[in-house]
Design a protein around this ligand. Structure first.
Ligand code: GGG
Length: 357
């Protein structure tokens, strides 16, 4: 019997509206060759347009509406001319991550064939690691406040929140990912010399967790030198585990070292599978290129591949990634301008879909 996966599709804002259809094209192309069907339901919320109509980013029943899907396929959020960025992000994506306990934000960083890294002399095998970002607490806590606003006594405070449950579960996820990989190496991003309470706690939890995984080699770097080492020695890394803010920064920097952030995918994973996981490109809504038709669809399409892997459709997930790699290796004008070509979002998406059909 054919398997059916029910997918909630949320294009969101900006180039998300342009890249999501290319992800769907790839999904449809690959599903046709494998024994499953995808049933999509598209939503217009989590967007500036929805905000303009309703004065909020999501309907009140968003949780009940989305909780029954097998996965959520998301584009991007952010339209700073319409809604302040912190309002749009906290009103949509961060609600999904927290509400659906998608505590593991998994972001592969891989130099794909056919793409030139801005780091001199780097070849595809040299950059191949994962950033595992804590996705529900940490520096993105929203705990804090303003006292004496708009006076010269104004005081602004925002707390970092680390719970033992929250830290241990992301570390466990990262150690298990490292265990599944050949190199079995884990790097912890810290800043325990400067951030003197929460980060030493993070370090302690890493140390305690590492005792349970004796076959994993572990090191740690303060975030400042870690960013430098991403650029200088990307080959050092296998699985990098980081708090919410540090992971957010590292997972933009990593893909930038692989040529363009436009190719980077991510999964916001609820490992217990109680709730749907959400798959989205790492890039945001990119207001500077909206409507030009030049957004790179690869991050969205690779996110579709991650989604299929999560749904157990491993052969189809691999077929999408192999299709991406073949098209990038051929290179030429089909590629979008960030990759040196003169192609469009639609033409590159179509080329990949044809490749995997
Ligand atoms: N597709 C990812 C996206 O829309 N990102 C917008 C953004 O600002 N994200 C911040 C975050 O991932 O925490």
């Amino acid at each position: 019997m054919t398997r059916t996966h029910r997918i909630a599709v949320i294009p969101g804002d900006g180039i998300g509206v342009e890249t999501v259809p290319e992800g769907i094209k790839a999904l449809d192309a690959v599903a046709a060759n494998h024994d499953f069907e995808l049933e999509y339901t598209e939503y217009d919320f989590a967007s500036a347009n929805y905000w303009l109509k309703h004065g909020k980013m999501l309907p009140d029943n968003w949780f009940d509406e989305l909780k029954g899907y097998d996965a959520i396929f998301f584009g991007a959020v952010g339209a700073p001319d319409v809604v302040p960025d912190h309002v749009s992000l906290w009103g949509s994506l961060l609600k999904f991550r927290r509400g659906f306990d998608q505590y593991a934000n998994v972001r592969p960083v891989r130099l794909l064939p056919g793409i030139k890294s801005p780091l001199a002399g780097r070849l595809p095998g040299d950059i191949d690691f994962y950033v595992v970002r804590e996705n529900t607490e940490g520096e993105y806590s929203s705990v804090g406040g303003i006292m004496f606003p708009e006076t010269d006594r104004e005081i602004v405070m925002q707390e970092t929140v680390m719970t033992r449950t929250g830290v241990d579960r992301i570390l466990k996820y990262a150690f298990e990912l490292a265990e599944s990989r050949e190199r079995k190496h884990l790097t912890s991003a810290t800043k325990s010399n400067g951030i003197s309470i929460s980060m030493p706690y993070w370090d302690e939890r890493v140390k305690e967790m590492s005792a349970k995984y004796p076959d994993i080699s572990v090191d740690k770097f303060h975030i400042d030198i870690l960013t430098a080492n991403f650029v200088l020695h990307p080959d050092w890394f296998d699985v990098v585990v980081a708090s919410n803010l540090f992971g957010d920064i590292l997972s933009d920097l990593g893909p930038a070292c692989t040529g363009t952030i436009g190719v980077a995918p991510s999964g916001n994973i609820n490992p217990e599978r109680i709730y749907p996981s959400l798959f989205e490109p790492v890039h945001g809504s990119a207001p500077d290129i909206v409507g030009k038709g030049i957004a790179n669809p690869v991050g969205q399409i690779w996110s579709a591949s991650m989604m299929l892997n999560h749904l157990g459709e491993h052969a189809a997930g691999a077929a999408i990634l192999e299709g991406i790699e073949r098209v990038l290796t051929r290179g030429g004008d089909a590629l979008t301008p960030d990759l040196g070509g003169s192609g469009t979002t639609i033409s590159l998406g179509a080329e990949i879909a044809t490749e995997i059909s």
